[in-house]
Design a protein around this ligand. Structure first.
Ligand code: SRM
Ligand code: SF4
Length: 592
């Protein structure tokens, strides 16, 4: 056996870091870097995520950091951005772009104490753009933090016992789970599991602590090892969620790895395991497509960590490191086949998964309003448009939540749909919560079934990849579609609508009953036919539409739906039955 096949063999079947020495030769030294994406070398040369971040941060000449550091900083939870609204003017004035950073906080399961909430609230005012962004992965983002404030902000986050490690980068990201504590014991169990998975899959480098928290430098940082990830980390990001049927509230089929809780007599007896989901895709590149995760078997709760770890390892060793457009687990599975994947998993685990258990979803999205938990505590799920917590035009949501955090016992849970749950509220405090919301102009009043099932990604003005608006535009488009729905008595009909500013899919638009993906300023592709339970990809209906064209296209379909739907038929199912679009059966067949 030559050395390359020996390494492949060893890496395939054992828990080996990629930087293992074999026959005295470091595995990385025999890698043909020319074949790999540039990011592979950047990761390898970063010395376990240190790069030249310290030098970049100290450089007073520019508000930016060195290119390689922009890649490495992601693993620390940071993205360098610039204000795209100011781009032209800054260019005209021959100024560098208005650089700032996005900071993403890792919050497994989205659970936040009042103290943590208040800290984020304060940091957003002190160092960011006075808003908090609740993301589609149950995390916080701060936008607009300038380089000189990065360290203070990250230290502030850590002082409230949160961190930003592995919130981004080629590692396992924030682990999501069912957010609703109405299913109190079940929620507590999956939350604990999400936390454990997240901890188990964290990188172990001490670079984060050195750079941001001023912990002592390790004398010989070569000793810093990543037993799980190796020195080039994963080929690409990796995402996990846990759901509890009948609620698919974090879109389990969109994740690299999903656990579907199987509940018997109000007890989780185990999980169905789903693999290979992902939303990212690219215009004009049919080989980069959204894909649904597929259920491969059932496992016991005590097997979850091992399974998550071994799947990460399969991806580490077999994911595509040449082409980042094809490097997610979904492509590893499609390229090798699901039987190969299962075989590989079973070899590494030393046992096989059981046959999947039956389960059924009734919805994705969140259930808004008050619900009483099985522990008799109350929780209030609030719709947060675009996930943006701000004080705006007399709607002082941010101030209201600050007052709630200061005065009500309980905690907060960020949902995977950019919404917020005020949890663990006593019956006596319910009224107090409502009064605080009302006094700040926030009335959890009636909103349309369409709006309450809406998601918009950030897009402009911060996202460097956006072709078009999403968060700043979808609310007004919904108002116009609501008028049509209202004319047909459908104001309350729950329909999942999602918009993103580019095909990367951060708002999971390909699972929406009505999906929009930005093509260029003011122009969107319209996708129809996802279903209400988030288990079917939608299909391109019309390309590059303006707002007027969108409304023109949707008006007759909504009228048809109002008159001709069968009892209980959801919009996404109707458009397929009436052949407005054909069902997309496989990700590989998805087209933009
Ligand atoms: Fe995302 C990149 C925002 C959830 C797929 N995503 C980005 C960046 C960082 C742009 C960049 O690389 O420069 C965006 C920052 C915008 C900004 O200004 O804030 C961004 N993604 C977001 C958030 C904030 C959207 C939101 O409005 O909530 C979500 C943060 C989640 C978190 O807390 O970790 C967010 N991104 C998602 C999701 C949904 C999910 O994870 O359930 C997806 C689709 C699922 C998936 O990964 O397949 C998603 N984001 C992407 C991709 C495409 C990945 C791919 O496989 O091709 C990119 C681009 C990339 O990685 O190259 C991206
Ligand atoms: Fe940016 Fe595209 Fe993600 Fe929207 S979908 S946040 S535009 S990368």
């Amino acid at each position: 056996m030559n050395i390359v096949s020996k390494i492949t063999f060893l890496c395939k079947y054992k828990y080996l870091p990629i930087d293992t020495y074999i026959n005295g030769e470091k595995m990385n030294d025999i890698i043909n870097w020319k074949e790999l994406s540039e990011l592979e070398r950047i990761k390898y040369e970063s010395n376990y995520l240190r790069g030249t971040l310290l030098e970049s941060l100290a450089d007073p000449i520019t508000g930016s950091i060195a290119f390689a550091d922009t890649q490495i900083s992601k693993f620390h939870g940071l993205y360098q951005q610039f204000d795209r609204d100011l781009e032209k003017e800054r260019k005209r004035q021959k100024l560098e772009p208005a650089y700032s950073f996005l900071i993403r906080v890792r919050i497994p399961g989205g659970v936040v104490t009042p103290k943590q909430w208040l800290q984020m609230d304060e940091l957003s005012d002190q160092y960011a753009n006075h808003t908090l962004k609740l993301t589609t992965r149950q995390a916080f983002q701060l936008h607009g933090v300038i380089k000189s404030n990065l360290k203070k902000t990250i230290q502030g986050i850590n002082s409230a016992l949160m961190d930003t490690i592995a919130a981004c980068g080629d590692v396992n990201r924030n682990v999501m789970c069912h957010p609703n504590p109405s299913e109190s014991e079940l929620h507590a169990e999956v939350y604990e599991m999400a936390r454990r998975i997240s901890e188990h899959l964290l990188p172990s480098t001490t670079a984060y602590h050195e750079i941001w928290l001023d912990k002592k430098l390790i004398a010989d940082s070569k000793k810093d090892v990543e037993p799980l990830y190796g020195d080039r980390y994963l080929p690409r990001k990796f995402k996990i969620t846990i759901v509890i049927p009948p609620y698919n509230d974090s879109d389990v089929f969109s994740q690299d790895l999903g656990f579907i809780a199987i509940v018997v007599n109000n007890r989780i007896v185990g999980y169905n395991v789903a693999v290979g989901g992902g939303m990212g895709s690219t215009f004009g590149m049919p080989e980069a497509y959204p894909r649904l995760a597929e259920v491969i078997g059932f496992c016991l709760p005590e097997q979850v960590l091992d399974i998550a770890e071994k799947i990460v390892l399969i991806q580490r060793d077999n994911g595509n490191r040449q082409n980042r457009k094809r490097s997610r687990l979904k492509y590893t599975i499609d390229d090798h086949g699901i039987d190969w994947f299962k075989g590989e998993l079973y070899k590494r685990l030393g046992f096989e998964l059981q046959e999947p258990k039956s389960y059924a979803f009734t919805r994705n999205g969140d259930r808004l309003g008050w619900e009483k938990g099985t522990d008799s505590k109350w929780s209030l799920t609030l719709f947060v448009e675009g996930g943006r917590v701000a004080d705006k035009n007399g709607f002082n949501f941010k101030s209201a939540l600050r007052e709630i955090a200061q005065n009500i016992e309980g905690y907060f849970i960020l949902t995977g749909n950019q919404n917020l749950i005020i949890a663990n509220v006593s019956a006596e405090d319910k009224k107090k919560v409502i009064n605080i919301l009302k006094s700040h102009g926030v009335l959890p009043g009636e909103i349309s079934g369409l709006r309450q099932n809406s998601i918009a990604c950030v897009a402009l003005n911060t996202c460097g990849l956006a072709f078009a608006e999403a968060e700043r535009y979808l609310p007004s488009l919904i108002t116009k579609i609501e008028t049509i729905l209202d004319q047909h008595g459908l104001f309350k009909e729950e329909i999942v609508i999602r918009m993103t500013g580019c095909p990367n899919g951060c708002g999971r638009p390909y699972l929406a009953e009505i999906g929009f993906v930005g093509k260029s300023e003011g122009h969107y592709n319209l996708y129809l036919g996802g279903n209400f339970i988030g288990s079917r990809l939608n299909t391109l209906f019309k390309e590059t539409l303006t707002e007027a064209e969108i409304l023109n296209e949707l008006t007759p379909i909504i009228a048809d739906y109002a008159s001709n739907r069968s009892k209980g038929e959801k919009f996404g199912d109707f458009v397929i039955r009436k052949q407005y679009v054909k069902e997309t059966l496989k990700g590989i067949d998805f087209r933009h």
